[in-house]
Write a protein that binds this ligand. Structure first.
Ligand code: GAP
Length: 458
């Protein structure tokens, strides 16, 4: 895939109501997006399937829905106030702002991970790095920029009344670890899962919804005994790969990337990313980290509330260690759309654009069309729609030529279309069209639901 491949995808996302640029009527608001009607359905299907897979179908996980605003002390304990920083510098000539590691990496091909601010400033001054907006070489010194969004609260006992929008959902889970142990009869190993918004004041966001300032995470904190961490890590990596397979991502586009020691986050002893071949390059899709007992230890220290787990069977007390599989929702959606997108050359010389979504996440499962806007065809079509809508997300469409209606559903990734024509009135069958093969076959109305149910399973 080339970088140009992203353009038609962005265009389809807007044209077909998957994803719109944020605040467009005000000229846009950088790196924010709205999910349109079909994007919302797709996202909901992904989140529901994730919840079903990791929470409902497992006996060792429970789910929570914690707040976005957590006590500010949380972020001091977690290390985010101190360490969740990027080094940035401004171009003095045009005022453009850059992430220093990125601009050096792009222009010099150097990995500067681990260098301090004065070392970075020296490279900006002495080496061949230019502003990529105006071409001048006149940067401010590099300085730290904390990625957490701040907000003001009316509560006055907070330092400067400042609270933070959570930059990861994980901490909301750690704060409830003790409540879950006390109320849910869980035994180690067990996990707590959450799906929710996270916010990061990214300096150089971009690549459509790949890096945005407001996004959703699907995260699990899995609490274990320290000596089992390697085995648990391997198991979770397998479970994450199985998830990628379940939603239909092509395995050829997926890879593993082990973080070298110097690139590990402040809380991690080992991290492996699952990366995906996006049109703009291979990049992190998901992450798996061994967070040790760092977070619970820190919260115990800062809150002075014991986070010890009491193992009554073996008569032991200890602070559990944690394996963290984390999944970004927006990146999942982007990978799914890129993976499913095809401009297919047809035998008649035309090209059709189609999204080959896996059936389990396709926003619409079936579309119902009367061949023409005639009352006798509309009546049967509406009754089929009314029946099928009880089982799946079904769309009724009677506008435009039938070929165009098929093409529209291809672009939405709808696996099946049903057309009701004059023959239907005589033989009580309809045309069932398959998105991928475009094959059409006649199916009796009374068998339609079972036939579709069977195929949606496959
Ligand atoms: N709790 C661990 C954590 O937050 P992370 O690697 O910083 O780890 C987890 O983020 C996942 O969240 C990433 O793998 C990615 O899928 C998603 N993500 C992170 N930053 C993002 C951003 N700015 N925009 C969209 N998704 C993002």
């Amino acid at each position: 895939m080339s970088e140009d491949k992203l353009k038609p995808i962005v265009s389809l996302c807007k044209r077909r109501g998957f994803i719109y640029p944020g605040s467009e009527i005000y000229g846009g608001f950088a790196n924010t997006y709205s999910f349109g009607p079909y994007g919302t359905e797709l996202k909901k299907n992904v989140k529901d399937l994730w919840w079903k897979t990791f929470v409902q179908q497992r006996r060792d996980l429970v789910g929570i829905d914690g707040p976005i605003l957590l006590h500010p002390e949380t972020w001091r304990a977690s290390g985010h106030v101190e360490s969740f920083n990027d080094a940035m510098a401004d171009c003095k000539a045009c005022k453009a702002r850059f992430r220093v590691d990125k601009i050096i990496e792009e222009q010099l091909g150097k990995d500067v991970e681990g260098l301090n601010l004065s070392e970075l400033s020296k490279i900006l001054k002495e080496e061949n790095v230019f502003c990529s907006k105006c071409g001048k070489k006149d940067f401010t010194d590099a300085r730290h920029f904390n990625l957490m969004f701040q907000t003001q609260m009316s509560k006055t006992d907070l330092e400067n009344n400042i609270a933070y929008l959570r930059p990861e959902t994980a901490q909301a889970i750690f704060l409830e670890y003790k409540n879950i142990v006390d109320t849910m009869r869980v035994k180690i190993p067990f996990g707590i899962a959450q799906i929710g918004k996270a916010f990061r004041n990214e300096i150089t966001p971009g690549n459509f919804i790949f890096r945005v300032i407001e996004f959703e995470q699907m995260e699990i904190e899995y609490f274990i005994e320290e000596n089992t961490w390697q085995a648990q890590f391997d198991k979770w990596l397998d479970d994450m790969k199985a998830w990628c397979n379940l939603i239909g991502l092509k395995s050829d586009n997926l890879h593993l990337a082990e973080h070298p020691k110097e690139k590990l986050s402040h809380y991690s002893k080992r991290t492996v990313d699952i990366t995906y071949d996006f049109p703009f390059g291979t990049n992190e899709l998901y992450g798996l980290a061994y967070r040790t007992d760092f977070d619970l230890n820190q919260h115990q220290k800062f809150s002075k509330v014991s986070q010890e787990y009491i193992d009554t069977v073996n008569n032991k007390r200890y602070i559990p260690h944690v394996i963290e599989p984390t999944f970004g929702v927006e990146r999942t959606i982007l990978a799914l759309i890129c993976d499913a997108y095809e401009e297919e050359a047809l035998e008649n010389g035309e090209t059709r654009t189609v999204l080959h979504f896996n059936k389990n996440i396709a926003p619409i499962k079936v579309a119902v069309f009367p061949l023409m806007k005639k009352p006798e065809l509309q009546k049967v079509s509406k009754s089929i729609f009314d029946d099928l809508k009880n089982f799946w997300n079904v769309e009724y469409d009677e506008t435009g030529a039938i070929g165009r209606r098929y093409r529209r559903q291809d672009e939405l990734g709808t696996p099946y279309c049903i057309t009701i024509d004059y023959e239907t009135l005589e033989d009580f069958s309809v045309t069932l069209r398959d998105r991928d093969s475009m094959k059409q076959e006649r199916v009796k109305i009374d068998q339609l639901k079972n036939v579709i149910a069977e195929r949606l399973k496959g």
